[in-house]
Design a protein around this ligand. Sequence first.
Ligand SMILES: Nc1nc2c(ncn2[C@@H]2O[C@H](COP(=O)(O)OP(=O)(O)OP(=O)(O)O)[C@@H](O)[C@H]2O)c(=O)[nH]1
Ligand SMILES: [Mg+2]
Length: 255
Amino acid sequence: MPKTIVVIPTYNEIENLPLITEAVFGLDIPGLQILIVDDNSPDGTGRLADELATKYDGRLSALHRKAKGGLGPAYIAGFKQGLSLGADYIIQMDADFSHQPKYIPELIAKLEEGYDGVLASRYIKGGSVDPKWSFLRKLLSWFANRVYVHYILGIPTYEATGGYRIWRRNTLIGIDLDRIHANGYVFQVELTYVSWKLGFKLTEIPIHFPDRVRGKSKMTSKIASEAAVRVWDMMYRHRTLTPQLRRTEAYSLES
Ligand SMILES: Nc1nc2c(ncn2[C@@H]2O[C@H](COP(=O)(O)OP(=O)(O)OP(=O)(O)O)[C@@H](O)[C@H]2O)c(=O)[nH]1
Ligand SMILES: [Mg+2]
């Protein structure tokens, strides 16, 4: 039975955290654990995560970081911790229910067909976003993923800014997380780009993406517009990667 760890980064998600953990454990997937990565949320999400670690003894753990450092560094710390806990598969997922837990069994099943990573996609056939999105938001997100990422970066998927995925242990080691520098949206694109350049086999499953109901979004239009510029720099930095440059040794948690 493979050990699957769901890494959930949180910042002020006190309302969502107990509900999302209950929903994930409610799927009754054998060997599944949750790792919460909290950046010292002022609303006490980190304390709640410790309480949940006691409640779900051995099935849930919390990683506490000192201050809000962005999604990218939180995920990298969470991935390294998950690997050191012995995960065979690692799922990355938001706490706000835009990433619906019901797709987890499908993500695992698809990975087990022999892929190195599976992306939950809003922009392949059968996928969709919240009907409440404005036309402009839909257009920008569609353009970023279907056009920019696919045709400019050349990534053979139609989703790269979304952060609902599953990775094999060896993919996250091979990527070498220490070469991933970006935050927010670009972090998701960088992870996809680097894994593809290194020759890992990626695929997608379609999902519906509803907007969050509880709590506040941390995404701003500044972060979104910065992403469009930073993605060029990211592409330049990784342009010479080839499968020969995969990392082979495990990470030490100090790095
Ligand atoms: N640990 C940590 N988690 C974060 C940070 N920023 C955001 N998160 C979490 O990352 C997930 C995604 O953040 P959201 O604010 O929902 O951003 P988004 O989903 O891109 O934007 P929306 O569509 O507006 O919800 C949530 O679980 C947040 O709590 C951060 O700096 N540190
Ligand atoms: Mg969200």
